[in-house]
Design a protein around this ligand. Structure first.
Ligand code: FHN
Length: 416
């Protein structure tokens, strides 16, 4: 793993590359990330001031005292939340797994925890457990469910990392916080919600090898098949994590994932309208997959429980493209053609998929490619062969003069 997008401490543990527990995840390629919590109420604004940066960091950025942030819970009543709709949206988008914040850095628990009353069931008028409802729906609709859990930063807990405006850092008992709070909470999450596919730890910071290892052991004890993301820290996770919105330059020989935003924030922010376009998102998905990674694409629901419409539209557009071209994405490996601006490639035994982002004028595709025996458009159900020849080490395919798909046309090369 040599790409700066993937740092060592977020890396994949030794031997995981051959671990069959990851096979479903290697096949899946595309997941839905959900950042949802109390921060959706201020949605980027505190005491009439716009707070710069990502929405879920508002407590930290505005140094909001626990005593002022905590009462947000009394207002949290997301009555429009509908687990069936969220799961169904992920499915329509072609996403194969869903990871939702069970506790983000603000410390608020989006599930019923017996360790603190600062949780959605006990502290809000809503009184429901959305993680339970999602677990039921994921089972029903056949989607894998994962939980994000902030193991190091907790700005609410007196011994958690990060809050130095309410608490004296020197007085903190971080080891005690891991032992008496984090571990029992992970136990709750892996006991009360049925099979959990992923625990998505985040921002390991100064967590020790022993602490990361103890969390890993606990996960293995409770749900041996549950994958643990590389942000557990200390290179102990089952798969590596690229930086947020970071894509490696070249294919990486590891199991890795890019968590990414559709606009700029993770948690909902009223005035973040910087939406990436559907073509941009489809290109990112394909770029990542062509380099051997998974794309975990975020939505930030509102305080009412609604996934913003621009996110919905973009996810559906990706899903439409995948309906036609999914064969060139799911379960593929990086293809032999790498490093071109206008084309990506993915592969499976006997086939190479060319993803043409910029269709050449006249429709002649020329590359230093593998020895192919045939070519056809993946969107062409009749598989009409495209003229193909080899010339001075290049393969030349004659496609239609206009791009069949303005975003990304996939050509299948068949190999001997
Ligand atoms: O600090 C968090 C951030 O709020 C968000 O959850 C992202 C998602 O990958 N992770 C951390 C920063 O890397």
């Amino acid at each position: 793993m040599q790409d700066e997008a993937i740092r060592k401490e977020r890396g994949q543990r030794a031997n995981a590359r051959q671990d069959p527990r990851l096979d479903w995840w290697r096949e899946a390629k595309f997941g839905m990330f959900i950042h949802w919590g109390l921060y959706a109420i201020p949605a980027g604004e505190w005491n009439g001031q716009k707070i710069p940066g990502i929405g879920e960091w508002i407590m930290y950025r505005a140094r909001i005292p626990v005593a002022e942030y905590e009462p947000l819970a009394k207002q949290f009543n997301p009555v429009k939340f509908n687990a069936a709709e969220w799961v169904s949206l992920a499915k329509k988008a072609g996403q194969k797994y869903l990871v939702i914040t069970s506790k983000h850095h603000d410390g608020f628990c989006m599930y019923k925890s017996d360790l603190t009353d600062y949780n959605i069931v006990d502290a809000t008028p809503f009184g429901r457990d959305p993680l339970k409802e999602l677990a039921v729906e994921c089972q029903k609709q056949g989607l894998k469910l994962g939980f994000y859990y902030s193991q190091t930063q907790d700005w609410h807990h007196p011994d958690g990392d990060g809050n130095d405006w309410d608490y004296d850092e020197a007085q903190k008992d971080f080891a005690g916080y891991i032992e008496n709070y984090v571990k029992p909470q992970v136990r709750e999450l892996l006991t009360n919600y049925g099979p959990i596919a992923i625990i998505w730890f985040d921002t390991p910071k100064g967590i020790t090898v022993e602490q990361s290892q103890a969390l890993l052991d606990l996960c293995r004890e409770l749900q041996p098949d549950c994958l643990v993301c590389g942000r557990l820290g200390n290179t102990l996770g089952d798969y590596a994590s690229a930086g947020d919105n970071k894509i490696p330059q070249m294919a990486v020989e590891a199991d890795w994932e890019t968590p990414a935003t559709i606009n700029d924030t993770w948690g909902f922010k009223t005035d973040d309208h910087n939406w990436k376009s559907p073509p941009e998102l489809i290109h990112k998905l394909v770029d990542i997959v062509s380099k051997g990674g998974n794309y975990l694409l975020n939505v930030g629901p509102t305080a009412e429980g609604i996934i913003p419409q621009p996110s919905v539209e973009r996810l559906l557009a990706i899903g439409d493209w995948l309906k036609v071209n999914g064969e060139a994405v799911y379960g593929t490996k990086p293809g032999p053609i790498q490093g071109l601006a206008w084309c990506r490639s993915t592969a499976r035994p006997g086939k190479v998929y060319l993803h043409i982002f910029d269709w050449p004028q006249g429709g002649e595709i020329k590359l230093s490619g593998p020895q192919a025996t045939g070519a056809y458009l993946l969107s062409d159900a009749s598989r009409t062969p495209l003229p193909i020849k080899s010339q001075s080490g290049k393969v030349i395919i004659k496609g239609p003069s206009e791009a069949p798909d303005a975003i990304n046309t996939v050509i299948v090369l068949t190999l001997d």
